[in-house]
Design a protein around this ligand. Structure first.
Ligand SMILES: [Zn+2]
Length: 128
């Protein structure tokens, strides 16, 4: 602190410093709250991913162990489903702005070039 501030403007200067520090504290508090929300959201998503991985493993294992399909058939189906969003990236990607067609009977999304609805069995005509 300069002698000038001390002698003439000390109180005004201190008030300005206090206001600056309050504003800085408020910004840090906002950022901290936001970071906490992001951390909680990441934890929720990690839990969701863990549950989906568990479900996928169980389904794949039972399909293979019961001889319902072969590993090769499973791989082919995974590739087919992967390509339904138009991108081969090893995951189901929601393409922004691109809406899947919906089944006229049950309203669920229709994927790829299926001839019948995966969910309700409704057979699509060529115009669908
Ligand atoms: Zn349907």
């Amino acid at each position: 602190m300069s002698i000038f501030n001390y002698l003439f403007d000390n109180e005004w200067s201190q008030r300005a410093d206090i206001e600056d520090l309050k504003a800085q504290a408020a910004r840090l508090s906002d950022r901290s709250t936001r970071n906490l929300r992001y951390e909680n959201r990441i934890k929720e998503l990690e839990t969701d991913i863990g549950e989906l991985a568990l479900l996928s493993k169980a389904l794949m294992r039972i399909l293979l162990e019961k001889g319902i399909c072969t590993g090769r058939e499973l791989e082919d189906l995974i590739k087919t489903i992967d390509m339904e969003d138009g991108v081969e990236d090893g995951k189901v990607t929601k393409v922004p702005g691109k809406q899947n067609a919906q089944c006229p009977q049950c309203g669920r999304p229709v994927h790829g070039n299926r001839k019948a609805c995966l969910y309700c069995g409704y057979v699509f005509s060529k115009s669908n």
